[in-house]
Write a protein that binds this ligand. Structure first.
Ligand code: NAI
Length: 674
């Protein structure tokens, strides 16, 4: 192997910091200035290119040129190694006229850069030391190094989330990952964007070592000095990458087809195509790149990425003027919602006391907590620590010391009013007082409080662990400091807060109402539940509306209908099912038959695709109209937030970018066609 030399004085960068130690190892630390996370922006990549070009095979006469026997790439950020490419750069490209052209250049530049890094890694051992998160372009960077060392700590997570943004890992991830993990494991990561922790990374062959934090640097040094051979893939895995690659692609395609339609989500199909034909190299046939990046889906998914960031930023209140550091949550009501809220808060590090009038209900909640927490964490010590945070509290001792109090008792105004009146004198003066009501106006619940401006709505969705959105319901009089502390709290439990005004159904339930009623009316009109649900799923909704109603419970829908609709407006099919006590999943009968929590599939005459699309459009229109109305009437601040709320609260077809975005597009198409 040729000796390599590097002249430190000839390199300068704001982001990459270099140091050669006594053992001739070059430590390259990425530390992007003015950012909390490292981003592989244009400038950072340019500097990396210069760095790679800086290695020479001979020492120049200059005494600053030093021999280097290995390189360790690491990060100085607490957050992690690198968050990937700069999505803001990509977003600004998307608004330019020659977007496709520019996006091609961006991808090809990154591909070439990492190819260069891989070539250098053949001459001189390179190690990526991954401590914390390592996403997208950061992950692909690590793959181009000879060795990957992951630090075994909870924040170490590696993922290729490109597919979730409607793009693809074009900087070599598609090519290199299968050679480390085998094809099926690699594409499970590439096609889902799922996150891998340090131990899992080692287990599947993604990382070469999972190192405890205190010896991570030593592990890197040892790798450079000893250069152990890389772990080999099994023979069958080699065949799957070689002659059997077309078979692998066929299997992957059939799996993808079950999840998404190519017209809605072209990226996963393009990724498989790119790997099968060109080993993941986008520059050989740019038509695949154009097909993926040029789609509306990409623009809409990137828009959703920024909508999510906007909601997160609401939660990152600079001054939590309420002044309390939030540590203890007290939940009242251990039913469906209260129990799940309590478990979620404990999982996110809060001490939680859970109160209910019923001992049986509390016992059931704790049994569920045990199962959920064991499912969530593999590490026994973390399981125990989390379980210890959750305390049954039938007498409500936690009320006096909690920082956040969440009421989740039955949906009954008198019961809620009475409860708040009783607890108000007991709680700390700066504790957040919140209700999880889904339909009652906050002004009514707080009407008998000494300080009604303390009450805020924290409206979680069911199931709590899966739904990212939480509506924060604000009355006209709510104290600003209470609101800020609430946003802060929701951020701390890893949910997205959406501010909405106190009004019937707030945003999400208010828009779902007319959509669900319309779906039931189409059953009254002669369509089968299967025809309605299949039409909506093909349109892009995650679950059909009638299946959703069965899951929520038809009695609950009936109760909501009685509040929100005039007499005679309740769909006939709903009245009949409720009369027969067919309440959905919980009674095993509703619009569908259910067994052991699973829907029983029935045969039903399929609609042709244009009829199904028209039905779906008719069903979704009232949801769109209602969203428009709620923005106009100021219930939600603007159309971006409304789109974000409907997407994260209902699962509204993400590739359509939200109801108002979709309507805008349709309006533009209409104008263009005139
Ligand atoms: P649930 O009926 O499953 O549970 C209510 C619990 O409150 C029961 O365990 C009951 O024993 C307890 N309880 C009643 N009065 C009490 C009191 N004075 N003190 C202490 N505990 C008391 O109800 P669920 O479905 O959990 O709903 C709770 C709240 O969350 C309601 O306001 C509901 O509108 C709202 N919500 C419900 C959603 C759902 O999907 N179920 C979704 C979002 C909000």
């Amino acid at each position: 192997m040729l000796k390599k030399f590097f002249n430190l004085n000839k390199f300068s960068s704001n982001s990459w910091k270099l140091h050669i130690d006594d053992e001739k190892i070059l430590w390259v630390t990425l530390d992007c200035p003015d950012r909390s996370a490292n981003i592989l922006s244009n400038v950072v990549r340019k500097d990396l290119n210069i760095l790679i070009d800086g290695f020479t095979n001979q020492s120049t006469n200059n005494q600053d040129s030093k021999e280097v026997i290995g390189i360790v790439f690491k990060s100085d950020k607490k957050s992690g190694f690198a968050a990937g490419a700069d999505i803001t750069e990509f977003k600004s490209l998307a608004s330019t006229e020659n977007f496709i052209e520019q996006s091609r250049n961006l991808v090809i530049d990154g591909w070439n850069l990492y190819e260069k890094l891989e070539i250098l890694s053949k001459d001189i051992p390179t190690v990526a030391l991954v401590n914390g998160f390592c996403m997208g372009g950061g992950f692909e960077f690590a793959l181009a190094c000879k060795y990957i060392v992951t630090v075994d700590q909870p924040k170490t997570k590696m993922a290729l989330p490109e597919v979730q943004l409607g793009i693809y890992p074009g900087w070599g991830g598609i090519k290199r990952l299968p050679y480390r993990t085998g094809a099926f494991v690699a594409f499970e990561i590439i096609l889902t964007g799922k996150q891998i922790d340090s131990r899992k990374a080692k287990k599947i062959g993604l990382s070469d070592f999972s190192s405890p934090p205190r010896i991570a640097n030593l592990t890197c040094k040892r790798l450079i000095h000893t250069q152990p051979p890389k772990k080999k893939l099994s023979f069958i895995n080699y065949l799957l990458l070689g002659v059997l690659r077309p078979v692998v692609c066929k299997i992957l395609l059939s799996q993808i087809k079950k999840r998404v339609i190519s017209e809605h989500y072209p990226a996963p199909y393009g990724i498989i195509d790119l790997w099968r034909k060109y080993d993941g190299n986008p520059s050989v046939d740019l038509s695949i790149h154009d097909r993926i990046i040029g789609s509306d889906t990409t623009k809409n998914l990137i828009r959703i990425f920024f909508l999510r960031e906007r909601l997160k930023s609401i939660g990152k209140v600079k001054n939590n003027v309420h002044g309390n550091s939030l540590q203890h949550v007290h939940v009242i009501g251990a039913g469906t919602m209260g129990a799940d809220i309590a478990i979620w808060c404990a999982i996110n590090g809060f001490k939680v006391t859970l109160q209910d009038t019923s001992e049986k209900q509390l016992a059931e909640a704790f049994s569920n907590a045990n199962k959920s927490i064991r499912k969530k964490f593999k590490n026994k010590a973390i399981v125990q620590k989390t379980l210890d945070k959750l305390i049954p509290d039938i007498d409500g001792f936690g009320l006096k010391i909690a920082d956040v109090i969440i009421e989740a008792i039955v949906e009954n105004l008198d019961a809620k009013k009475l409860l708040f009146k009783k607890i108000e004198p007991l709680v700390k003066s700066n504790a957040i007082l919140a209700t999880n009501t889904s339909s009652i106006r906050l002004e009514e619940i707080s009407s008998e409080l000494m300080s009604p401006k303390r009450l805020v709505g924290i409206h979680f969705f069911n199931p709590v662990r899966q739904m990212p959105l939480v509506e924060v319901i604000k009355t006209e009089i709510v104290d600003k400091s209470v609101l800020n502390a609430t946003y802060d709290f929701i951020n701390q439990i890893g949910k997205l807060p959406l501010p909405v005004k106190s009004s019937p159904g707030f945003l999400v339930n208010a828009v779902l109402g007319p959509y669900l009623q319309n779906s039931m009316r189409s059953v009254d009109g002669g369509y089968t539940p299967e025809q309605v649900d299949v039409a909506m799923k093909n349109w892009g909704m995650p679950m059909g509306p009638l299946e959703l109603l069965d899951v929520v419970g038809l009695d609950i829908m009936m109760a909501a209908g009685k509040v929100m609709l005039k007499d005679g407006d309740i769909p006939q099919c709903l009245e009949e099912l409720v009369k027969r006590n067919h309440l959905g999943k919980k009674t095993n009968k509703g619009f569908y038959d259910w067994k052991l929590g699973k829907k029983i599939i029935r045969k039903s005459k399929a609609l042709n695709s244009s009829e199904a699309f028209q039905l779906a459009e008719n069903l979704i229109t009232p949801l769109i109209k209602k969203t428009e109305h709620l923005v106009k009437s100021g219930i939600v601040e603007d159309s971006e937030l409304a789109d974000a709320g409907v997407i994260f609260g209902t699962g509204f077809a993400p590739f359509r970018g939200g109801p108002l975005n979709y309507q805008n597009k349709k309006n533009k198409e209409k104008v263009a066609s005139i």
